[in-house]
Design a binder for this molecule. Structure first.
Ligand code: FAD
Length: 504
């Protein structure tokens, strides 16, 4: 029998990296949030370990990089196992090694410090949406508990319970190619970065603590199995067949598997129930893209849902979550499929690998592939306009304001939007005019008069930047029409006439 009943604005199901990032974003946006997680303690399994440039920029724009410390960075990544230089104009090019367990610790501390109510040991067992809200039941330490929320976000991973409860179709392919993987202590084998041998693909990377991560796929082998099912005996057998090396004497710390199966929800929003991260899209976790994609889903959704539950934004704003992130997901899943083909295909893909290997070093191709892997190529459809930054993320820019030096990442730390007016201090009238126009959105944006220290794209105009860092409106130095329309579209109805937070 349900004894305890709790009301909140948003219930997030799952305290994986995506659920925790979303919880922090919702709190930053002023929403009430309860996170329900079935595990009693954080997951310690060895999973993702790579963050890409856009995710690092996101963490910077929430002040979280200090907690990440100084992770190792490698400018060289790969596309389907072919070397790819990830150098791009970003403060954080390349791949950064941060284990998923460490990232989850950081996000959990951050979300909790902002007031997110994270309840472990609570397994969600039913979700029922009605006109006025969603009723959620979970089994926890106190027995069956009930939560009433305005919205539920399923961040409950690849085998999402919420997806099953809501009856959303998520078809899986029948036969898949599987990579099995183990973290093994006590073995001495050579490091291998995507070594293609006659019988299969072998990867081995020795960590500083002496543990070696081995990953192996035997060409031509397809099977149907659940994620993570594998034994060390199986890894050692396949490793022996593919490389001829005997690792049976090692001590396995973790063994798991993943496949090249791929699947995406048709709709990320089902009324009051939304999906983010692996619950919305399943993909082969190549080069950290699964984790990075999910974190960016959460970053896109958090501020929109917070505005919505606070009654400030329209349903159309919330719908942009699906429109924007579904398209990005589709494109990432497609590049992962191409990579899986190149990685796990046998001798029949050699000709294609040779061809792509020859194309990648050409700078246009390299930049295109690197931008795709790093998440820096994302461009949302934010409406018509000629400014080259419209729909793209605001590039990191050092600024001089009348209150001192700052930069674009720092300005986003409070989780509000920013109206950047690039004007000299003697052009006060222009700043005052835009400031007055934006005054009714004082709670949602800050207005900053700034001079960029670099980046000629910014000189002389004005840009409206969303809390997730994407540019949604621009003006030339003389024309600032349509600002009010853009503010309404992205930040909802005007709230107040005075007290705008600014840095003029
Ligand atoms: C075995 C394995 C190995 C992986 N290796 C890599 C890798 O090398 N590189 C890479 O990029 N990615 C890898 N991934 C993928 C990466 O870990 C995921 O993309 C990432 O964890 C997605 O985060 P998420 O928050 O969406 O889901 P998850 O991390 O899966 O989190 C979901 C959370 O929801 C909780 N939950 C589930 N059901 C319920 C319920 N009914 N009630 C309450 N809570 C619930 C779970 O306990 C879990 O904590 C791997 C995944 C797995 C499973």
């Amino acid at each position: 029998m349900t004894r305890i009943r709790t009301t909140t604005q948003v219930v997030v199901v799952g305290a994986g990296p995506v659920g925790l990032m979303l919880a922090g974003e919702l709190k930053l946006g002023g929403a009430e949030v309860i996170v329900l997680e079935k595990l009693d303690a954080p997951m310690t399994e060895s999973r993702a370990s790579t963050l890409h440039a856009r995710t690092m920029e996101i963490l910077d724009s929430r002040g979280l990089l200090a907690s990440v410390g100084k992770p190792s960075n490698d400018a060289m990544g790969h596309f389907g196992g072919l070397p790819l230089d990830l150098t791009l104009p970003s403060p954080y090019p390349g791949q950064w090694k941060v284990t998923q367990t460490r990232l989850e610790q950081i996000l959990q501390q951050w979300a909790a410090s902002l007031g997110a109510d994270i309840r472990r040991g609570h397994e969600v067992t039913s979700v029922t949406a009605g006109d006025g809200g969603v009723e959620i039941h979970a089994t926890g330490p106190e027995g069956l508990v009930r939560f009433d929320a305005d919205y539920v976000v399923a961040c409950d991973g690849e085998n999402s319970t919420v997806r099953r409860l809501v009856g959303v179709d998520f078809p899986n392919s029948e036969l898949e190619r599987v990579m099995i993987r183990a973290d093994v202590a006590g073995i001495q084998i050579p490091n291998r970065r995507f070594q293609r041998l006659a019988k299969g693909l072998a990867i081995a990377a020795r960590r500083e603590d002496g543990v070696t991560r081995v990953m192996v796929h035997e060409f031509g082998r397809t099977e149907k199995r659940g994620a993570a099912q594998a034994s060390f005996a199986e890894v050692a057998d396949i490793w022996m067949r593919v490389t001829g090396e005997d690792i049976r004497g090692g001590t396995p710390l973790w063994v798991n598997s993943f496949s090249d199966g791929s699947c995406q929800l048709t709709h990320y929003r089902h009324g009051r129930i939304l999906f983010a991260g692996d619950s919305a899209h399943r993909q082969m976790p190549i080069g950290g893209q699964a984790l990075n994609l999910g974190l960016q889903d959460a970053f896109n959704l958090g501020w929109k849902l917070a505005l919505c539950v606070r009654g400030q934004a329209s349903q159309e704003l919330l719908d942009t979550y699906h429109h924007e992130r579904h398209r990005v997901g589709e494109s990432v899943l497609s590049n992962i499929k191409a990579q899986a083909m190149l990685l796990l295909g046998g001798p029949e893909v050699e000709a294609l690998r040779n061809l792509i290997g020859k194309l990648i070093p050409h700078d246009d191709v390299r930049t295109d592939f690197a931008s795709m892997i790093s998440g820096l190529d994302i461009r949302y459809d934010v409406g018509a306009g000629a400014h080259p930054l419209l729909g793209a993320r605001m590039p990191h820019t050092e600024l001089t304001t009348t209150s001192g030096a700052t930069d674009t990442a720092t300005l986003l730390r409070g989780g509000r939007g920013v109206l950047l007016v690039f004007a000299d201090s003697d052009d006060r009238a222009r700043f005052e005019q835009l400031h007055a126009q934006a005054a009714p959105w004082a709670g949602q944006i800050q207005v900053v008069q700034a001079k960029p220290l670099q980046n000629e794209l910014l000189a002389g105009g004005a840009l409206l930047v969303r809390p997730d860092g994407y540019v949604v409106w621009s003006a030339t130095s003389t024309d600032s029409s349509e600002l009010t329309t853009a503010l309404r579209r992205w930040f909802g109805a005007p709230q107040s006439q005075t007290g705008i937070g600014d840095r003029s």
